[in-house]
Design a protein around this ligand. Sequence first.
Ligand SMILES: *Cc1c(COP(=O)(O)O)cnc(C)c1O
Length: 439
Amino acid sequence: MANWPALAPLIARVGRPLVVEALRAWSEARRGVPEVADPIACARWCEARLAGLSTSSLRRVFNLTGTVLHTNLGRALLAEEAIEAAVTAMRSPATLEYDLEGGARGERDDHIAPWLCRLTGAEAATAVNNNAGAVLLALSALAAGREVIVSRGELIEIGGAFRIPDIMARAGCRLVEVGTTNRTHLKDYATAIGPDTAAIMKVHPSNYAVQGFTRSVTAAELVPLAREKGLPVIEDLGSGTLVDLETWGLPHEPTAREAVAAGIDVVTFSGDKLLGGPQAGLLVGRRTFIERIAKNPMKRALRLDKVRLAALEATLRLYADPETLVKRLPTLRALARPATEIHGQAERLLPAFALALGKGWQAGIKPVRGQIGSGALPVDLLPSFALSVKGKSLDRLADAFRRLPIPVIGRIQDETLLFDLRTLDNEAAFAAQLPKLAP
Ligand SMILES: *Cc1c(COP(=O)(O)O)cnc(C)c1O
């Protein structure tokens, strides 16, 4: 059957093995039925079966959910400079661990550590696969087999089964909880310190906020106590940023520099959240601790590859000039977009949008509040505008948007389907495919 001329175009496109696999399934589906040799129908059946395999499974989409750093949609979009550096590193041999001056072996961290030190004021820096890995590695290198003290108000769970107590256990540490959910005092930490204590840990409660009768101990308060007892303080900043977001009218998020300045010994944060780079876990802090972390065998298992290192170095280099940062870093550009500009875009798109929906739907423009996402600032706050739709069976309509050539992902809220335009950078591509919508 694989020699039927009707199958030749399909074989040319996807290769013989997949077509043979589809033919087997075809025969199986017809078991017991006398075979009707209809090569055209068979070819069509095989083609439909293999359709999913000729496009990639990881698809480009429009993220119009209102969450700028959407973990399920891949978080940060990289700057062109970072993309170019990554492509070069993919195409050619590179000085990943090679020192051109001496013609000898070099260190992979040397590409990013000087930048991280310059941008955070830390003595030393290293990087691994992601922030979860950075936390695991820091705990394992500095506190395996011993106790780590954490406030009960900071025992967080973030998405993807990252829970501080579990990470602690995996790193071989014994968790010592202090304080209560809403209030922890410095004396709670002081009385918990014993002969087996290896470190004190702070965790940025990034995806929730405790309000009301609360008390937590700041780094500035905690560090003198830790120093007196000769213990390192590790802080998981989560998103962590290298610049003060208030510069662009956004709420303040803790910066890595602030944590270092407060005396935190090891600060960990993500590369693909507010920083706007590739997925990575960054560790900055005091040289003695960073060196112990970098020498730990687990570092080898969690290290970054050349592609992401190249993208990370290029991203960090952009931070040398904060004034042009908002133009070059897509994440920051989206976060800083004025609502008036987004409203203008909504007005431009509304006529074509309403036309594509056809009768039976009420299309409009709605003021909405989006969020940064990925654990930064847990409350809705980014004032924005969305294309909105009201009508029956919104789920079906949302599904039709997801079936467009470039799937469009929105959100349903208060019986309204919303497409928040804050993150729509390619307006032309969005508008061009609207006529293909078949609700
Ligand atoms: C996001 C986050 C992590 C995990 O970071 P990844 O880079 O996704 O591994 C850990 N801790 C906190 C507080 C976070 O917000």
